[in-house]
Write a protein that binds this ligand. Structure first.
Ligand code: SAH
Length: 358
């Protein structure tokens, strides 16, 4: 049994059942044994591969989108270019390289990485050497300035709570210890007008999934963008609506049981409820969410893939580019499960990639 499994069980024995949110927080963020605290989970040797690790085209496209938003908003002279949960630093690195094509944008940008894991900070610092990044533990520490921000696969790692609707009210799903093992249970029914409003008629076998931590961060992004200007892109797996049971754990590219695994050695995540983030960011305007494949192709990824292929020089590299394009955009790969949502000031011009299909 892993040390973290012991710690989780002891906590439950001493304090009673824990919420799904507390469980996710312990699995990922325990100061000593949490999944993100010590290891580098990305890439072929890790547990999962994220979009920026698949291809440089991902960061290039997001940078073009941010640069367009910056131009549309009158090219603010100093702004915060922030990433939430930057992983290996690949996405920020690709974005900064792309930004070299628009020197005034680069000159105005102050790079901020919001990252809690010391191991990830070390990686980021090596990759972004010479780019003068600043680190913050939370969005609260960012300077008050126009905010241009990306967050890829960040919100799925935040604590999420599950509630089911019964005749007696809403019951939170909890985790207890039963016969020496972690097991699901439910809390006492309680009234919850917010859940009544946002999850009407929810059948008892589906959970309303609510991330207070995610909503809090989305609200802060919305408030900053409403006040100072800027634009944010949130990319993650999930749906507009957050009903179901999406808690999952992954180790070595394989799903493992979300309760019974080597705690601290598997990534534990949940789908993102974009409608809830959009409501929370309501001081600003949100666009989307759109499927990632649709968004990337609308903002020009086909053309970019073709340019790179023409410059590639050999068939092997062309093949790699085509495979990456497919993985990022195809419905059976990341193209549909992953969604993109933008946050911009209420009076900002329409942004590329989100126009109606009509
Ligand atoms: N965006 C990267 C990595 C996604 S994984 C990519 O696309 O490859 C999630 C990242 O968020 C990791 O870097 C993890 O250390 C960080 N993280 C997790 N919880 C966090 C929190 N509460 N605050 C800041 N960073 C967090």
């Amino acid at each position: 049994m892993s040390e973290l499994t012991e710690i989780i069980k002891t906590r439950i024995a001493e304090n009673g059942p824990i919420s799904i949110g507390e469980y996710i927080h312990l699995c990922l963020g325990h100061p000593e044994h949490g999944y993100y605290i010590n290891r580098d989970p990305f890439g072929p040797d890790g547990d999962f591969v994220t979009a920026p690790e698949i291809s440089q085209m991902f960061g290039e496209m997001l940078a073009l989108w941010l640069m367009q938003a910056w131009v549309d908003q009158g090219q603010p002279e100093r702004f915060v270019l922030a990433e939430l949960g930057p992983g290996r630093g690949t996405l920020m690195n690709d974005m900064l390289r792309t930004a070299e094509t628009l020197p005034p944008f680069l000159a105005a940008a102050e790079v901020w990485l919001v990252e809690t894991s010391p191991a990830m900070r070390r990686k980021q610092s090596a990759v972004l050497m010479g780019k003068n990044p600043h680190w913050a533990n939370s969005i609260d520490e960012l300077p008050e300035a126009p905010l241009f921000l990306v967050a890829n696969e960040f919100f799925d790692a935040l604590p999420m709570h599950q509630f089911r609707h019964t005749d007696a009210g809403w019951q939170e799903r909890l985790i207890e210890v039963k016969d020496g093992k972690l097991a699901y249970t439910h809390g006492r029914p309680a009234q919850n007008p917010d859940l009544d409003e946002f999850f009407p008629m929810l059948p008892e076998n589906l959970y309303a999934e609510v991330s207070y931590a995610g909503e809090d961060i989305a609200e802060k992004i919305g408030n900053r963008i409403a006040e100072h200007g800027g634009a944010a892109l949130i990319i993650d797996y999930g749906e507009w609506d957050g009903a179901g049971d999406s808690l999952q754990a992954v180790q070595n590219h394989e799903p493992v049981d979300e309760l019974h695994h080597e705690h601290g050695a598997a990534d534990v995540t949940a789908h993102v409820n974009f409608a809830a983030l959009a409501r929370a960011a309501g001081a600003a305007r949100t666009e989307g969410c759109e499927p990632q494949g649709t968004f990337l192709r609308r903002i020009g990824m086909d053309v970019r893939a073709e340019m790179l292929s023409n410059a590639a020089g050999n068939d092997e590299v062309v093949e790699e580019i085509m495979t990456a394009h497919r993985r990022l955009t195809h419905t059976e790969e990341m193209g549909t499960l992953f969604k993109v949502m933008a946050i911009v000031p209420k009076d900002a011009p329409e942004t590329p990639g989100f126009e109606d299909d009509a």
